[in-house]
Design a binder for this molecule. Structure first.
Ligand code: HEC
Length: 185
């Protein structure tokens, strides 16, 4: 009786492993970036991100006060490191953003002002696995990550100076190159 149960359980486990192997080996989980994600893939990615954030992201507000200096520093860091994927104030995506899977949200349109600062900070520091979202843990220091966080958190309620600089930031949308001038004969 017990032997039967053990054999049954072992067979079920092996069948599960073989099934998962075949699922991947037969290419049923697409590796291309231009395929629509399956329900399972979306569910697994969200579930794991939320569980990790709940465990690791700092709660409460960040260490920086909201002022011109920090907001403008955050905006400069955003322009240099993030706008290529997350866009400028016009919310228009670059070709890089349009080709990525997952699609990076255009933060000028769909911002993260409602997210806790600790969560934004965590995402910038550690990146988001299996998406194009990079980890900045080895390229930005903690103060710079908090400055960028502050800018994102207050993007819809910036100081006058920061708002002017944000509106003046060039669009990330990929410009169509002007036609080359015909060579002079
Ligand atoms: C190469 C492209 C790329 C760059 C550069 C990039 N990101 Fe992202 N980012 C992504 C993608 C893709 C996602 C969506 C991930 C997902 O769907 O879970 C994302 C997600 C995010 C999110 C979560 C958005 C939400 O709605 O929950 C935040 C916040 C974020 N990025 C901030 C930044 C900041 C700040 C920088 C610069 C320091 C940056 N990203 C640079 C691609 C990028």
């Amino acid at each position: 009786m017990l032997k039967g149960i053990i054999i049954g359980v072992a067979a079920a486990v092996l069948a599960g492993i073989a099934g998962a192997y075949l699922f991947l080996a037969l290419g049923l989980m697409p590796a291309n970036a231009d395929a629509k994600p399956s329900f399972l893939e979306k569910w697994a990615a969200r579930k794991s991100l939320h569980a990790t954030l709940a465990r690791e992201a700092q709660t409460g507000t960040g260490p920086l006060a909201v002022n011109d200096e920090s907001l403008l520093a955050g905006l400069r860091l955003y322009a240099a490191n993030c706008a290529v994927c997350h866009g400028a104030a016009d919310g228009k995506a670059s070709n890089i953003a349009l080709g990525l899977f997952q699609r990076p949200p255009q933060l000028g349109k769909h911002g993260v002002e409602d997210d806790p600062e600790g969560e934004i900070h965590w995402k910038i520091k550690h990146g988001i696995r299996l998406t194009g979202m990079p980890a900045y843990t080895s390229t930005l220091n903690d103060n710079e990550i908090w400055q960028t966080t502050l800018f994102l958190k207050h993007m819809d309620a910036l100081s006058i100076k920061a708002e002017a600089a944000w509106k003046a930031m060039p669009s990330a949308a990929t410009p169509v190159p002007a036609p080359a001038k015909p060579a002079k004969k």
